[in-house]
Design a protein around this ligand. Structure first.
Ligand SMILES: C[S@@+](CC[C@H](N)C(=O)[O-])C[C@H]1O[C@@H](n2cnc3c(N)ncnc32)[C@H](O)[C@@H]1O
Length: 238
């Protein structure tokens, strides 16, 4: 009997709680990847302020923020006027993120919630990051996520999304999907072109291949897109 790899968000959440709070080698590995391992798992993101010419006016939302290392590194680099906000559906991830907080006077906002139903007002952010999350979403939920990003992103703001992608070799892709199923089942590996289509279908007029690389670990290629809505009155190339 064929079994659908997809089960719903609640199941994914339970799997994450178990994985992140566990004592197995795989649990240590995921906690490391979300912490000091960010240098390897999200290597090109460390140059984001330089690459996107970000400054202290950035209002950052990190979707699936895990231990919050990436947004904190960004915040340290930018010294933004507004502290970044991280959203994650896992209470264990948020507990680890709070434990890691080094500067209690400059607390990042940590919010428990679903990336497909964001508890934020329209236009609240001008930079939205979403790393290694959408492999857990089926097509309906990915559309929901894109529409939510569209709603909470200010015109003129940018969103950057990256995820493990296919290699083009079916046997290698099957192996990678198996490796990525260690703690949470049924990952979907989508190509950059597919992610671009979802962004365009959600009404983003500006959509580009972000071409983020290199990611040092794990050695699985990433697909990445940069997208947004130009500010009102913008008539330049899109
Ligand atoms: C693989 S981790 C990636 C963490 C970090 N963004 C990175 O790139 O290293 C995925 C994170 O997304 C969270 N997550 C997965 N699906 C989610 C959803 N539908 N809503 C909110 N958070 C979700 C998980 O709890 C986990 O912390």
């Amino acid at each position: 009997m064929n079994q659908s790899p997809h089960t719903n968000e609640a199941t994914r959440q339970v799997e994450y709680e178990r994985w992140l709070g566990g004592t197995s080698p795989a649990a240590f590995a995921i906690r490391w990847f979300m912490g000091p391992g960010q240098w390897f798992a999200n290597t090109p993101l460390l140059k984001l302020p330089e690459n996107l010419k970000l400054d202290a006016t950035a209002r950052v939302l990190d979707l699936g923020s895990g231990r919050g290392w990436l947004m904190r590194m960004l915040d340290d680099q930018l010294g933004a006027d507004t502290p970044p906000v991280g959203l994650d559906f896992s209470r264990e991830a948020l507990r680890l993120a709070r434990r890691d907080e080094r500067n209690p006077r400059r607390e990042a906002g940590l919010v428990q919630g679903s990336a497909t139903a964001l508890p934020f007002r329209a236009g609240a952010f001008n930079l939205i990051l979403c790393g290694h999350l959408v492999k857990h979403l089926d097509d309906v939920d990915l559309t929901g996520l894109m529409l939510e990003i569209r709603r909470v992103l200010e015109p003129g703001g940018l969103a950057l999304l990256w995820e493990f992608g296919p290699t083009g070799n079916p046997r290698l892709d099957a192996w990678n999907a198996r490796v990525l199923s260690t703690g949470v089942r049924g990952p979907r590996l989508r190509a950059t072109e597919t992610l671009k289509r979802f962004a365009r279908d959600a009404g983003f007029p500006f959509v580009r291949d972000a071409n983020l690389r290199p990611f040092l670990l794990p050695p699985i290629p990433r697909a990445s897109i940069l997208f947004g809505v130009p500010p009102e009155g913008y008539h330049g190339p899109q």
